[in-house]
Design a protein around this ligand. Sequence first.
Ligand code: F0G
Length: 459
Amino acid sequence: MTGKRTFAEPYKIKMVEPLKITTREYREEKIKEAGFNTFLLKSEDVYLDLLTDSGTSAMSDNQWAGIMLGDEAYSGGRNFYNLEKAIQEIYGFKYVVPAHQGRGAEHILSLSLIKEGQFVPGNMYFTTTKEHIERAGGNFVDVIIDEAHIPEARHPFKGNVDIEKLQAFIDKAGAENIAYISYASAVNMAGGQPFSMENAREVRKLTSGYGIKIIYDATRAVENCYFIKKRERGYSDKSIREILLEMMSYADGCTVSAKKDCLVNIGGFIATNDELLYQRAIELVVVFEGLHTYGGLAGRDLEAIARGIYEMVDDNYVESRIRQVYYLGERLLKEGVPIVEPIGGHAVFIDALRFLPQMPREQFPAQSIAAALYVDSGVRSMERGAVSAGRDKKTGENIFPKLELVRLTIPRRVYTNLHMDVTAESVIELYKNREKIKGLKMVYEPRRLRFFLARFEPV
Ligand code: F0G
């Protein structure tokens, strides 16, 4: 992946934010106070924050300049029209409905398209996406290829929809009982794994025959495009911008959490060419988010997204972004640390089941590693396993998904490769002393999206 010559960032640092360096004793105290849940740590007690790539990007000087040009009118502010133009040009969709963040867009979309009892097939669930599908009366059905559930399967496009599974499901359920296909780019829960353009075309071909809509979760579409450029025949000479436009042409619309690809700290949107969907969505956005020309955001936020959208398709930026993720992942692989392969676009995912094979699933191995990593070095990561998966709606039992992962998520344009070295050394140290990591039991469990607020104690 990485070439012989160093490929450095196509930007330089203009402003810095100091980080607090703490002692091990201090961090032992803090993780206890946080109920061994890294979501509940105070960020000031974190050294390197790899909890998420969401809303944690560094904005450019051009974006900050745009912040000063916020038009804070209640209706029809100029920044909305700038955003609309950016989305039309870069994503290729005509209609734009802003929302305060990705889940706001998912809420509106789910209510717009799902009738009680309908199904939404998709390439692996995402927490908030599935939640909103279910709240709107729908049922999520996983139709991702089997390889996506196998951390060591080196398929180049582990985010692909399994066309046979999808066909079989349509045959079984009936096309009229399918609300739409939820088709995610750089599939987060699979480890940031892309789908191929060929797969996108096949899904389009299959669903067109039935009149079933495709809605992308295009939250990390740019990172998906990078892998198409690198791995799929016919794309190496195309720009990320061209690839993105082609990708979007196979969908009826998308939801986006602008907090990722779009290089901003807050925001989201629905974009579509479907006039009816647009009409329904703007009727709902005024109920839940705000007027359809601001969607719960300030004018300045809309401007930052508009400018971020042009920056996110810069080929050199995307190259340096993904190379940094690979830099961390390859260091871990070299020392034999089990991670999801191929390395994804936004994060390195530690495979907790191979890291701690002796620990029972009931003791939440991924959650336990995340807590131990924080204590070791002040690096904050995130559990993506049984705690995130929650309970079965019918039986009330814990779901134990095949993937039990710890996500080391890399914010965009924020950390240096020396920070990646610090992280790698800490993970390697933990792996060498893995028998010392203690399991956890859940002592407080919220009813929904429990991973955000659950509390634990060592067993
Ligand atoms: N879709 C995907 C694929 C996501 O990763 C996220 C958020 C959302 C939708 C929801 O967007 O946070 O703006 O409401 N992912 C964050 C993460 C939380 O850390 O992976 P949101």
